[in-house]
Design a protein around this ligand. Structure first.
Ligand code: STR
Length: 413
């Protein structure tokens, strides 16, 4: 039996994310939340998350969501774009999921993404050169690391991978920013979603006519054992890759830089070579992960969670994964889970990329991008520092994703 606690409201424009994470954690391993009018459960425990992420009774198909099928959640709901999306590996489970995901996952193994290393290094160097130039003419030499570095790199890489033209990047940046922002009026968000899908459907048509050396063309040409993907499914996968491949890695780079610049003694350890960049990346993923809340899975039947005292998720209810709270789970990481510590030995056990069948297929690529971008940034600008007090850094107005609005830095001197 579940108690019926007052749901904890999730503030779409939250600035005190540490406060929100602490409140969620204090409320238990599974917590009743109010997601802008839609009640749901969210998971804050590492152990419960791992258990539920491999439970086949929790699925991604929105038609299993009671609030949606009953018409209580409609397209007026500001988060609808996170759950009612074109068919893709993100919306399916079981055999359908494998059909839509396998080719992409295979192209993104740690070994295969090594082929992208020179591409990532090339973009990184270009951006660093441009930043150095920009700093010379900027007042006080201040540069915002988000638009100058962390922002463009992941979008360029994922567009290169999927075969999206460079000329398309500015429009993609603008559309996805509007998609994720909680300040975007809902009618505008719906228009943006329609525009995005239209762009990708058209792109699939064009690539069908003239395939290139990219992953989208590979999806078009794949037979998938006699069940090739439809145009809608390819567009859905392409769209998911672009959405997932830029926003999250931007946040990872910003989070690692913020962690290091606000913990100078730890930065010294990395620059002195006694702690690896990989350790920095894993700790950033645990401590301040790109995804605050991942929406959503739906229960196809009542699910009893023994790991949370026999708690029951009822058929038709929605389950969120609060990855930021999960990363701060003191019963898993110890009493100092709230502190950024690149020397902790268990950071790499984080589940910031998820777990189970839907585990992020782009994890190796994201880690590689960060492992190239971060050392290159600090090698080029060894005296990099924050241009404003850390308390003045503002979060972007996004509920589900965790990135900064801006990260103003002084590059040298
Ligand atoms: C955005 C809207 C869309 O058209 C397609 C997708 C599917 C993939 C989703 C993406 C969404 C939002 C951001 C997600 C991404 C998968 C990984 C990424 C959830 C809903 C994360 O932030 C983990």
């Amino acid at each position: 039996m579940n108690a019926s606690p007052t749901p904890l409201s999730i503030d779409p424009l939250v600035q005190d994310l540490d406060g929100e994470t602490a409140r969620l954690r204090a409320a238990g391993p599974i917590v009743r939340i109010d997601l802008l009018g839609a009640p749901a459960w969210t998971v804050t425990s590492h152990t419960v998350a791992r258990r539920l992420l491999t439970d086949a009774r929790l699925v991604k198909d929105i038609n299993q969501w009671g609030l949606f099928t009953s018409g209580q959640v409609t397209h007026d709901w500001p988060l609808i774009g996170m759950v009612d999306v074109p068919p893709s590996m993100f919306t399916t489970d079981g055999a359908e999921h494998r059909r839509l995901r396998t080719k992409i996952a295979q192209a993104l193994t740690a070994r295969r993404v090594e082929d992208l290393r020179p591409v990532i290094e090339g973009y990184t160097e270009q951006l660093l050169d441009a930043m150095a130039g920009q700093a010379k003419s900027a007042p006080g030499g201040v540069v915002d690391l988000k638009p100058a570095f962390a922002g463009p790199l992941p979008m360029s890489v994922v567009c290169h991978l999927m075969g999206v033209a460079e000329a398309e990047i500015p429009r993609q940046m603008r559309l996805w920013k509007a998609f994720f922002s909680m300040l975007t009026p809902q009618d505008e968000r719906l228009a943006v979603m329609a525009e995005i899908y239209g762009i990708f459907l058209k792109m699939v048509e064009e690539k069908k006519a003239a395939p290139g050396d990219d992953l989208t063309s590979a999806l078009i040409l794949a037979d998938e054992g006699g069940a090739p993907m439809s145009r809608e499914e390819i567009a859905g996968n392409l769209q998911s890759m672009i959405a997932a491949g830029h926003e999250t890695t931007i946040a990872l780079i910003l989070s690692a830089v913020r962690g290091l610049l606000t913990h100078p003694a730890q930065l010294e350890l990395v620059l002195g070579g006694s702690v690896s960049w990989e350790a920095v990346i894993e700790e950033a993923l645990r401590w301040d992960p790109p995804v605050t809340h991942l929406l959503m899975r739906f229960a196809t039947e009542d699910v009893v969670v023994d790991e949370a005292g026999g708690f029951v998720i009822e058929k038709g209810e929605g389950v969120v994964m609060s990855y930021r709270a999960i990363g701060r789970d003191t019963s898993f990481y110890g009493d100092d889970a709230d502190s950024f510590d690149i020397t902790r030995t268990d950071a790499a056990r984080n589940v910031a990329f998820g777990h189970g069948p839907h585990i992020c297929p782009g994890a190796a690529l994201s880690r590689l991008e960060a492992a190239i971008a971060l050392p290159a940034l600090f090698a080029r600008f060894p005296s990099l520092r924050l241009a404003v007090p850390a308390q003045e850094l503002r979060k972007a107005p996004v509920l589900t994703q965790n990135d900064l609005e801006a990260l103003p830095v002084v590059l040298e001197g």
